[in-house]
Design a protein around this ligand. Structure first.
Ligand SMILES: [Zn+2]
Length: 338
């Protein structure tokens, strides 16, 4: 049932031990960059915590099968709790994400930018009522870094008087946006980036060809989300003729109209160019080494400018033009980090 999770063996073993001990902190933060499997690990933990190991009664002639022996804290994938969690319909374990909030508040999913106070109020109602199916109530708040201050204060109130047999898991890629008073009450589990082969394997399961999956993984800094974002950007740029002298301007035209999207796309393009330039720098010698060093310095400066609200299109035009002079383009992914 949870076979799609890869990596983080040590963290997941520690979480299984925590589930088996039954001494679960009322609040935890699963912290690390996006796209590394934190949400899946949280759902795996919730399943292991509530698993009974007794297969659901399918009404057969001989009744329910005997429970199979299992490692404490590890989900069996077959009991009613595991089955309901796998379908995200467990009455005591809730994944709070954009889809759930949109459904709760009767709004569009695409418009959910933050976890709102009304959502946390609803969680509070559930948290202080009795569980329905399982011993533990678990609330996994996806993208908790986006909680409004009001929502965080409402969570904090609950953490000051933790509801019994309840655990909150905050999934966060940015700790700085969480109130220090929340951080100090949470047990933190750190998730590092995935290994290149792990990212490639997840991409392979998504249906990508082996070579493309491996190349994107090499550019992903251990994040499946970043790899998929890069793929979307490269697809957008796939019809460009990179020999065209106007190519830098055409790249800039494809950044998207919305400023936040344009900035994120520009950041991804700069990352691709930095990775390719760094690969060239590693093998360069003599005067080429010096010119690649200057190029990399320039690219890092452009990244800093982008971070300080420089225009995404001007930043990208400059970067693509400078790289083109050194023979580095956005094409030929297969040479990305050779
Ligand atoms: Zn189970």
């Amino acid at each position: 049932m949870f076979k799609e999770i890869l990596g983080h063996e040590r963290e997941r073993a520690a979480l299984r031990a925590l589930a088996a001990s039954g001494r679960v902190p009322p609040a935890m933060i699963f912290y690390g960059q996006e796209g590394t499997g934190k949400r899946l690990a949280a759902m795996e933990f919730a399943a292991g915590l509530n698993c009974t190991g007794e297969p659901a009664d399918e009404g057969g002639l001989f009744g329910a099968a005997e429970p199979a022996p299992r490692e404490p804290g590890r989900a069996c994938g077959k009991c009613p709790s595991c089955l309901q969690l796998g379908k995200n319909i467990h009455p005591d374990c809730r994944l709070v994400d954009a889809a759930w909030q949109a459904h709760l508040l009767g709004e569009d999913e695409e418009k959910q930018r933050s976890v709102k106070i009304d959502t946390v109020r609803e969680l509070s109602r559930s948290a202080y009522s009795s569980p329905i199916l399982s011993p533990w109530k678990i609330f996994v708040i996806n993208d908790a870094s986006s909680m409004t201050v009001e929502a965080q204060n409402a969570i904090l109130k609950m953490l000051e008087e933790p509801p019994p047999d309840t655990a909150f898991i905050l999934i966060a890629s940015n700790r700085a946006s969480l109130l220090p008073t929340i951080l100090s009450r949470c047990h933190t589990v750190n998730f590092r980036g995935l290994a290149r082969r792990e990212v490639a394997e997840v991409l392979g399961r998504e249906g990508l060809e082996l070579a493309e999956a491996d190349n994107l993984a090499g550019l992903s800094f251990g994040s499946v989300k970043r790899a998929l974002d890069l793929r979307a950007v490269l697809e957008k740029l796939s019809d460009l003729n990179h020999l065209d002298p106007m190519a830098p301007f055409r790249v800039a035209d494809k950044l998207g109209r919305e400023l936040a999207t344009a900035r994120e796309t520009a950041r991804l393009i700069l990352n691709i160019l930095v990775t390719r330039s760094a690969a060239r720098w590693r093998t360069a010698e003599g005067p080429e080494k010096a010119s690649m060093t200057r190029l990399l310095d320039g690219l890092f400066e452009l990244k800093r400018c982008l971070g300080r609200n420089a225009s995404p299109s001007i930043t990208v035009e400059t970067a693509v033009m400078e790289c083109a002079r050194a023979g580095i383009s956005l094409r030929n992914l297969e040479r990305a980090d050779a």
